[in-house]
Design a protein around this ligand. Sequence first.
Ligand SMILES: Cc1ncc(COP(=O)(O)O)c(C=O)c1O
Length: 481
Amino acid sequence: MNDDAFATDVGPSASAAGGSSPVEVRVAPDTFARWLANDQDLGHSHEPSTSAAARTSSSAPSRRVRLFSSNDYLGMSTHRDVRVAAARAALAHGSGPRSSALVCGYTPAHSRLERSLAKLKGTEECVLFSSGYAANCGVVPALCDDASCEIFSDELNHASIVDGCALAAKRWGAKVTVYRHRDATQLATMVRASGANRVMIVTDTLFSMDGDFAPLRDIVALKRAENARCGRARVLLCVDEAHATLVCGHRGSGAASMLLGQNQNQNQNQNQNQNQNQKEVGRRECSSVADVDVSVGTLSKAIGSHGGFVTCSASMKRVLVSVARSAMFSTSLPAPSVAAATAALRVNEAVGEEMRSRLRGAIDAFAATCAARIRETRGARCGGMSDDAVCRWVGVTVTGNSPVVSVMIGSEGAALAAAAELLRRGFHAPAIRPPTVPANTCRLRVALSASHGLGDVRELAEAVADVVGGDGARAGATAKL
Ligand SMILES: Cc1ncc(COP(=O)(O)O)c(C=O)c1O
């Protein structure tokens, strides 16, 4: 294929004017009305802002909506290299991979992607799955496969972990115990009291709804102490890095390396940052990401493609490919998804740090603007408080290095009204309600991306400050939706 002709078809890179945007869409008036009324719509609900349909529909003007609801944290899904790679793979190989990996669905491209992911994570091996959901549903029952196993799971773990645990319980009789969110003390008490022969601790590293991090250092200390006490590897640690991969850690390797330190395989090409990390590692009594036994990830968030994966040791991979049913009995990833993810990892190597620095800029701008607006409108009550504290005071939690901002509202009605008010101002940041979160902890989930313009981030931060903490939400609740 002629590269130049193809480049014209694809258009300029996402960051250039006129390129397809990962963070902005045009919404038809009737769809906009349905969104305002929270009428679920699985149809053609919006057009990319630069699509032909969006440009030419003249009967009724569409609305510009800025998406703060996508998990494409780096804007990778529309990066030119990623689109070109996916399109080329589709032209060369078509879409359907035709069978599961174990039959004839595994190609050299799948193998290359696995190697790239293992390199990113500093592990020996990687196994691809059809999604992150399938990875969790495969890994947990594969590794907890008899009634002498007990699984300890954070109460705010993602639904796919919850379902993986349920499968292990139903199929093998494994015991599942849920511990309070991020409560390493309660977890330690429970693990020490457990009579199980084998224990798995499973946790998100960056929690998808609250944007906070698991207490990994405490969990690793617990694992080490228990294993030393038993004189064998009784406790196994499984983490889900769906939201942290390419977002946190050295070269985007994830939150585990950020919180625990890198392992030896990742310590090539030392630079200043790495030296700093080494000192950190020393302070943490040499805990490292190598203390993680199995790490689940997805290709569908910051990697900007589709699919799931698990990184682990070579021996663990041998187990997974022969017993993880969601890998064995499911068609392998389509060639365009594999090519897109592989290209995204190359983009990450080239410009990932720049992208992450833009993302950090968006996080900082959000916190500073939101706090300034709160001070301006409720100044008397927040003198002398830091930006973070001011935000938290009204229920807005911005966690450093996390692209997910949680805006606690409370009741379902108030959360829906707050989301509708943001939508009227041109922002999509959906209300998160039960069963995703417990009753009366309904919130808005704001997902920031390196692709967001700082002007849009600041405008949203002001809108959030206006709707949060009762006043705006109450005003919105009385408005006709
Ligand atoms: C923590 C976590 N794990 C797993 C998944 C599932 O990933 P996928 O969308 O690839 O199925 C998600 C998706 O939202 C998630 O948030």
